[in-house]
Design a protein around this ligand. Structure first.
Ligand code: 6PG
Length: 239
């Protein structure tokens, strides 16, 4: 696994480095695959990055980029806890991304398992992966919570054992807010990516970070189980 860990005194320096990392991934994807298929993260840490991507561009044409989401809260888009609803006005409204390239998780579909299957099918179709194949995103953005969760893979969650499905429905977490059910990428999909980029503010997450950045994967720290085939970068703001 080639892993790169970089620490920054402040979030704005981290955001600048994150934009560079996204541009590098976008250029590689455009050169090697002719388009850029990226999965966005929820949480507060990447919001400044999304604003910078909209303002300054990110190394791939908007119409050659497909924007997926690595997880989502199963609440309506209009609900302030919905990640797509938070990201859209920052990254999509100000930019000419074709509507067909914007791929939120289908929070309106029930039961949640059917929503997960539906999104998996959309990923497979977009990335051209047949049954049994694990599609490879060009870039997956992730954060980490104080409990060591990433995407919506929480400590002790059965979804961590998933070896076949790419997207899972998970019940409302008890360890972090918001306490609402979720949809999430599973480890097989995360670990197949060409590049994974973690953005984390260290404050209040020091112990989880230590476990996540340890050499050995820690089954109680889901973020530490993300060890992709491709490149893994951790950008950590210590200030
Ligand atoms: C979510 C996220 C989650 C997030 C972490 C970190 O939907 O909540 O996908 O995994 O990345 O909780 O969140 P912060 O960046 O706000 O610390």
């Amino acid at each position: 696994m080639n892993r790169d860990i970089r620490r920054f005194a402040a979030m704005d320096a981290l955001t600048a480095a994150a934009l560079d990392a996204v541009r590098e991934a976008a250029r590689e994807a455009m050169t090697q695959r002719g388009r850029f298929v990226v999965a966005l993260s929820g949480g507060s840490s990447p919001l400044a990055l999304y604003a910078a991507m909209a303002r300054e561009g990110y190394g791939a044409p908007f119409d050659a980029t497909h924007f997926f989401f690595g997880d989502e809260r199963l609440v309506p888009v209009a609900d302030r806890r919905n990640t797509f609803g938070t990201v859209a006005p920052i990254l999509f409204t100000p930019t000419p991304v074709p509507v067909g390239n914007i791929r939120p998780m289908p929070v309106e579909i029930r039961p949640a398992e059917l929503a997960a299957e539906t999104y998996e099918a959309e990923i497979r179709e977009t990335l051209g992966a047949g049954p049994g194949e694990i599609p490879r995103f060009d870039l997956i953005l992730l954060g980490m919570g104080p409990d060591g969760h990433t995407a919506s893979l929480f400590p002790g969650s059965p979804a961590l054992e998933e070896t076949r499905r790419l997207v899972a429905a998970v019940p409302a977490p008890t360890t972090v807010e918001p306490h609402v059910p979720r949809l999430t990428f599973t480890l097989p999909l995360l670990n197949a990516a060409h590049r994974v980029l973690f953005l984390a503010a260290a404050k209040g997450k020091e112990q989880a970070l230590e476990r996540a950045l340890g050499d050995a994967p820690d089954p109680d720290t889901p973020a530490s189980l993300v060890r992709p085939q491709g490149a893994l970068t951790w950008l950590v703001a210590t200030g």
